[in-house]
Design a binder for this molecule. Structure first.
Ligand code: NAD
Ligand code: UPG
Length: 432
C-alpha cells in the first residue's frame, strides 16, 4: 500500500519505517529541510536502538523515502498519517495549529479517496475538526480516523512492531477495512485491533498516559511515606506488583516522570476536564506531586552541605529523561541542574547519549565529562538522575577515590542502601 507520513519526528519516523518494514511504500514529509536532507542521506536524527537496521533496509530497497513537499509526499497515497507535534498551549491544552494547518493544505491537495489518520496525541473532538478543515477545500471523498500511538522511546521499534494493541477510532466501514488491511501483518502475529469511535480512541490515548503517570505518582507518594515510617518502597513494589491485578510494571519510584508525553498529556487531559466543567481531582494532584518529586533530592543535598551549596561541584549522572534515549524534554536532570546553578553550585555531568542536546540548551553553564568517572573529578557529591546501565555497577572504590566526599544522592534507587552504608557512603535514595 502507498502511505504518506506527515511529520518525521519521533513518531513519524518510527511509524514510517515500521510500515515500510511490513511491505508498504512510505513517503515521509517534514517541513524541516535540514532533517529531511539528513534522512535522505541516510542519517537518522534521533537515537533509537534498532531503528537503524529497519531504516537502512527499507531505504535501500526504495520503500522508504523523504521529502519536504506535502504534494509530492501524498501523491497516490491511500493513507496519510499525521504525526505532527501537539505541544501544550499557554493554557495547557494541546496546540492543534500544526495538525489543522496541514488539514487545510490536504483539502486542497487530495484528488482521490484517502484515509487521513491522526497518529498524534490529540484531544477528544480533533478528528471532527480535522474532517471539517479538510472538507472546506476538498473536492473528493475522504475519511478521518483516530489511531493513537502507544510507543515508548528507547523501545519504540519493538512497541510498534509488537504492540499490546492497536486502537482505531472510526465510524466509516470503508476506512475500517483499509486500516484493517494495513495492520493485517500485525494482527497475524497476534496483536489485537480494537475498533471504537474517533472520540473514544482519542480519549483512550490520554487515559492510558494519565493512568500510567498516576501509577508512578502513587508509588512516589508511597515512597515518600515509606521514608517517614521506615519501610522500603522496593519491597512494597515487589509486594504489590506480584498481584496480577496491579501488575509489576511502572511501579518504580524515583524523581518523577518526564519526557515529551506524560507531562503534556496529563496537563491536556486536565484542561479537557476543566473545559467540560469536570473537576478531575486526581490529575491535579498527580501534576503537583510530580513537580515536587522531580527536585526532591535538592533538600537532602543542601542539608548535607549545611544548607550552602555555593561553589560546591555536583557530579550529575544521567541527563536524558530515561535510559536508551537522547531526549531531554521535561527531564528531571534539567530541573535539578537549574536549581543547583541558582544555588551557586557547579555541575559536571555525564550522559551516554543526551549530552549534545544539553550542550545546545545550556552551553558552558555546566561542564561535560567524557565518562561516568570523569564527572566525579573534583566533585563534592554525586547526583543520579537516569538509570543508564553504565551507572548500575560502578567500582565504588574508584567512585570513593574520585569524589571529595563519599556522598551519593540517587534519584533512581540503583544501589542497596545497606551495602552503601557498609562501604561508608552517605547515601540518600527514594523511599528507602
Ligand atoms: N515521542 C513519543 O514517544 C510519542 C509517542 C506516542 C505519541 N506521541 C505523539 O505524537 C505526536 C508527535 O510527537 P513526536 O515526538 O514525534 O514529535 P516531534 O516534535 O519529534 O516531531 C514532529 C515533527 O513534525 C514536523 N512538522 C511540524 N510541522 C510540520 C508540517 N506542517 N508539515 C510537516 N512536518 C511538520 C517537525 O519538523 C518535526 O520533525 C505528538 O502528538 C505526541 O504527543 C509521541
Ligand atoms: O516505573 C516507572 C516507569 C517510568 N517512569 C518515568 O516515566 C517517564 C515516562 O517513561 P516511559 O513511559 O517509559 O516513556 P515515554 O517514551 O515517554 O512513553 C510514554 O509516553 C508515550 C507518548 O505518549 C506513550 O506512547 C507510551 O506508551 C508511554 O509509556 C520517564 O520519565 C520514566 O523515568 C518512572 O518514574 N517509573
Amino acid at each position: 500500500m502507498k502511505i504518506a507520513v506527515v511529520g518525521t519526528g519521533y513518531v513519524g519516523l518510527v511509524t514510517g519505517t515500521c510500515l515500510a518494514e511490513t511491505g508498504n511504500t512510505v513517503t515521509c514529509v517534514d517541513i524541516n529541510e535540514e532533517k529531511v536532507k539528513k534522512l535522505q542521506s541516510g542519517v537518522i536524527p534521533i537515537y533509537e536502538p534498532g531503528l537503524d537496521i529497519l531504516f537502512n533496509r527499507n531505504t535501500a530497497q526504495g520503500r522508504l523515502k523523504f521529502t519536504t513537499s506535502l504534494a509530492e509526499g501524498i501523491e497516490e497515497a491511500k493513507i496519510i498519517f499525521l504525526a505532527l507535534p501537539t505541544p501544550p498551549d499557554e493554557d495547557g491544552s494541546a496546540d492543534l495549529k500544526y495538525i489543522l494547518g496541514v488539514a487545510d493544505d490536504l483539502g486542497k491537495l487530495i484528488k482521490n479517496y484517502v484515509v487521513v489518520v491522526d497518529k498524534s496525541t490529540v484531544p477528544v473532538g480533533t478528528a471532527e475538526m480535522v474532517r471539517e478543515r479538510i472538507a472546506k477545500n476538498a473536492t473528493c471523498e475522504f475519511d478521518v480516523v483516530s489511531n493513537p500511538e502507544f510507543l515508548r522511546e528507547g523501545v519504540a521499534v519493538e512497541d510498534f512492531m509488537k504492540p499490546d494493541r492497536i486502537v482505531i477510532g472510526t465510524s466509516s466501514e470503508k476506512a475500517k477495512k483499509i486500516m484493517e488491511q494495513l495492520y493485517l501483518p500485525f494482527v497475524r502475529q497476534g496483536n489485537p485491533i480494537i475498533f471504537m469511535s474517533e472520540r473514544s480512541a482519542e480519549m483512550t490515548k490520554y487515559a492510558a498516559n494519565a493512568f500510567l503517570a498516576t501509577k508512578i505518582t502513587f508509588m512516589n507518594e508511597i515512597a515518600n511515606l515509606c521514608e517517614k515510617v521506615g519501610a522500603n518502597v522496593d519491597d512494597i513494589r515487589r509486594g504489590i506488583g506480584a498481584d496480577s491485578r496491579i501488575g509489576k510494571r511502572f511501579l518504580f519510584a524515583g524523581v518523577g516522570y518526564g519526557g515529551s508525553c506524560f507531562p503534556k498529556d496529563v496537563q491536556a487531559l486536565a484542561k479537557t476536564a476543566e473545559d467540560n466543567q469536570y473537576d478531575f481531582k486526581i490529575l491535579k494532584s498527580v501534576m503537583a506531586v510530580n513537580t515536587s518529586q522531580k527536585t526532591k533530592l535538592i533538600e537532602p543535598l543542601k542539608n548535607y552541605f549545611s544548607g550552602n551549596l555555593k561553589d560546591k561541584q555536583i557530579a550529575v549522572w544521567g541527563l536524558a529523561f530515561k535510559p536508551y534515549t537522547d531526549d531531554i524534554r521535561e527531564a528531571p536532570a534539567l530541573d535539578n541542574i537549574r536549581i543547583l546553578l541558582e544555588l551557586g553550585a557547579k555541575v559536571r555531568a555525564y550522559d551516554p547519549e543526551a549530552m549534545n542536546n544539553v550542550k545546545q540548551l545550556l552551553g558552558d553553564k555546566i561542564e561535560y565529562a567524557e565518562s561516568p568517572y570523569g564527572a566525579l573529578l573534583n566533585s563534592d557529591a554525586l547526583l543520579i538522575m537516569t538509570e543508564w546501565p553504565v551507572f548500575r555497577t560502578p567500582d565504588f572504590e574508584v567512585v570513593a577515590s574520585l569524589l571529595k566526599n563519599k556522598a551519593i544522592f540517587d534519584g533512581r534507587n540503583l544501589y542497596e542502601p545497606k551495602e552503601m552504608q557498609e562501604m561508608g557512603f552517605y547515601y540518600v535514595s527514594i523511599g528507602r
